[in-house]
Design a protein around this ligand. Sequence first.
Ligand SMILES: Nc1ncnc2c1ncn2[C@@H]1O[C@H](COP(=O)(O)OP(=O)(O)O)[C@@H](O)[C@H]1O
Ligand SMILES: [Mg+2]
Length: 273
Amino acid sequence: MNQISDEGYITADGRKIGAVMMEMKNITLRFGGVKAITDISFDIRQGEIRAIIGPNGAGKSSMLNVISGFYIPQEGEVWFHGKKRAPMRPFQVAQQGIARTFQNIALFEGMSVLDNVMTGRLTHMKSGMLSQAIWKGKAEREEVANREVVEKVIDFLEIQAIRKTPVARLPYGLKKRVELARALAAEPKLLLLDEPMAGMNVEEKEDMSRFILDVNDEFGTTIALIEHDMGVVMDLSDRVVVMDYGKKIGDGTPDEVRNNQNVIDAYLGVAHD
Ligand SMILES: Nc1ncnc2c1ncn2[C@@H]1O[C@H](COP(=O)(O)OP(=O)(O)O)[C@@H](O)[C@H]1O
Ligand SMILES: [Mg+2]
């Protein structure tokens, strides 16, 4: 990686990373007496694959939940595309082009893969019930456009063969892929993935890694992901934020954080003061 300038940088594998897209400034989040996040700042650049790592309970999911609007931090600011974001609800964040998957799969188990992926289009559906009744043509055109995006995503993630299958019948690895499909159906600018590979076998992890790289490459989607497997993080990510006990203890390229003594201590479980 070359030096980071305002405009961006070139990655080790030759990809062009752009300007800052999302900036978290001095974020603090408390749940009653529990401080899940303490004064953390970091940014995510256009086109980056940014990893957030750290031991269990470090505050990683909480941070993703702040970005996606599920939690409103008590302190700090969230900046998106150069503007300070007012506190907003998750659906408003989604409308800004931010989609996510969950640490625990959150799909409609009884519904088909296709119908689940279709729900990813909800933020794009402009025609309400009333306008649908008054002006059928517009709603139909919208429906066709939505279907096209959904079919494209289904092809891209190679789940054509299971499109009519109820999600409940799928193995775990495929459910995770369907969840990714639903997030991609929203055509996000920023994709948030909370442990997309947790609980997967080696082959499923390889598939998921490849899809994440392909999404970034083909659609230019910026990605922030939480991941435990250090090998995966090293392979996938351009820059890494390391959290421990709600604090940021490292931030840099995979090589930089791997050689950071605080990070090594946190992973080895060295006692903290
Ligand atoms: N909704 C919540 N209510 C109360 N405490 C929470 C909530 N969500 C997270 N926490 C606490 O915040 C801390 C960080 O949790 P989390 O962000 O899930 O960590 P990680 O994803 O890194 O494992 C933990 O101590 C956890 O118990
Ligand atoms: Mg978590």
